[in-house]
Design a protein around this ligand. Structure first.
Ligand SMILES: [Zn+2]
Length: 414
């Protein structure tokens, strides 16, 4: 078995990372102090410009890869509360590639957007005396952007790098389900043997093994409006009718198998209180651990909607799709896990795995048939809240793990 300590240039490259903590921390603070909420297109642009400069090389850092370029992202199309499609512009994607002719290609990906929009109060980083950095996006996922960049810098210092091609995609819309970037995500990842994503590890340092699948669905109900005083009986109340329907859908939580869940997360309808409302809509989030359970639960939901739609006084339809197929650990992704375990052992970083209910772009890659591990980012907790923090020393630790993993698969292809 090939191991890191057999190659002095690999050892040198990994120890070089130990000299980079201050540089990593400085870049991370710059990236986090620049707001890049998904819909803050100018903010995302600024983050992407900075990262393009990093990949292009400056000062002591040579250029990474053969090319680095920005590409426009198609707008996110969202169904609003009146069931009309609205298009929201998104920031650009950044792509970089090295050695596209190499026999083995790896896909490297993480997002540039955060959940904190410009109006949010949480905008700046703060170093804490306990060795943590509190700030918007420090682990989700700007810490991952920094870990990935420095892992590539270390890897490219070795001659072993010539054995492996890589394709980097930084997407600007993961926090809204990669609505604009998914086609590029599919196209680029499918050119690669496997994928590595840099979402944060779980708070105890565990990497995520499997993830539930998820889908978002919108139910749209139309009835008939009428004056509630003069003509109440002529009305067909869409709010009440849809409320009955979603109550049945919610009851699936008690009847369907396993850990699947159906969350009726939003309900909208009606206006003036003296009008029988002719319109209502509800939004439903479905999660399931495996494809069979997901199909089963979606079958139940479609059946309920069809039954309610049969009443000639009402029209009911469902829109939406599975945005993240369940991510299961198959033989191919287990192979990558084993390489990470080997690398962790060589570096003295304990590796363990746990399932997660949350979805990531790793789910999408699994759906495209690209085996992947999606939690190669740094350690921290409380993402999506003003308490979000990063353990500063995990920047170097996780960059060494990712760089060591690239060395491992370059020396011994998967
Ligand atoms: Zn997130």
């Amino acid at each position: 078995m090939w191991s890191l300590d057999q190659s002095s240039e690999c050892v040198e490259a990994l120890s070089w990372l130990e000299t980079q903590q201050a540089a990593m921390l400085e870049l991370l603070q710059d990236l986090c102090n620049q707001n890049s909420g998904t819909f803050n297109v100018r903010g995302v642009q600024a983050v992407v410009d900075r990262l393009q400069m990093e990949y292009a090389g400056h000062g002591e850092y040579p250029r990474l890869g053969d090319w680095v370029e920005q590409f426009p992202t198609p707008p996110a199309e969202v169904l609003n509360d009146l069931a009309q499609v609205e298009a929201y512009p998104l920031g650009p994607m950044l792509r970089a590639e090295a050695r596209s002719g190499a026999a083995q290609q790896v896909f490297l990906c993480i997002h540039t957007d955060t959940v904190y929009e410009l109006a949010h109060a949480f905008q700046k980083c703060q170093l804490r005396p306990d060795g943590t950095l509190n700030g918007p996006g420090v682990i989700d996922a700007k810490g991952g952007l920094v870990v990935m960049l420095f892992a590539l810098r270390a890897f490219e210092r070795t001659s072993l790098a010539q054995q492996l091609g890589w394709k980097v995609l930084l997407n600007p819309d993961e926090e809204i389900g990669s609505m604009g970037s998914h086609a590029t995500l599919k196209e680029v990842s499918q050119q690669c043997r496997f994928g590595l994503l840099f979402e944060p590890v779980l708070p105890d340092g565990a990497l995520v093994s499997s993830r539930k699948g998820a889908g978002n669905f919108t139910l749209i109900c139309r009835g008939r409006s009428a004056h509630s005083g003069r003509n109440f009986a002529a009305g067909r109340n869409a709010v009440v009718y849809l409320a009955r329907c979603v109550a049945e859908i919610d009851s699936l939580n008690h009847t369907v198998a396993g850990e699947s869940t159906v969350n009726v997360g939003r309900f909208h309808g009606g206006g003036a209180v003296n009008v029988v409302p002719d319109f209502a809509m509800a939004r439903v989030n479905v999660r399931a651990v495996d494809p069979e359970q997901l199909d089963e639960i979606l079958g139940h939901i479609r059946g309920i909607v069809e039954r309610f739609d049969r009443d000639p006084d009402y029209q009911l339809r469902i829109e939406g799709h599975v945005t993240s197929p369940p991510k299961v650990v198959d033989a191919a992704s287990r192979q990558i896990q084993v390489r990470i375990e080997e690398t962790g052992k060589g570096l003295g970083v304990p590796i363990h795995w746990r399932p997660s209910g949350g979805a990531s772009d790793g789910n999408k890659l699994s759906g495209y048939g690209v085996p992947n591990v999606d939690t190669l980012g740094p350690v921290g907790d409380h993402l999506h809240s003003p308490e979000e923090y990063l353990v500063v020393e995990s920047l170097v630790q996780r960059a060494k793990l990712a760089a060591g993993l690239l060395m491992n698969v370059a020396a011994r292809p998967l």
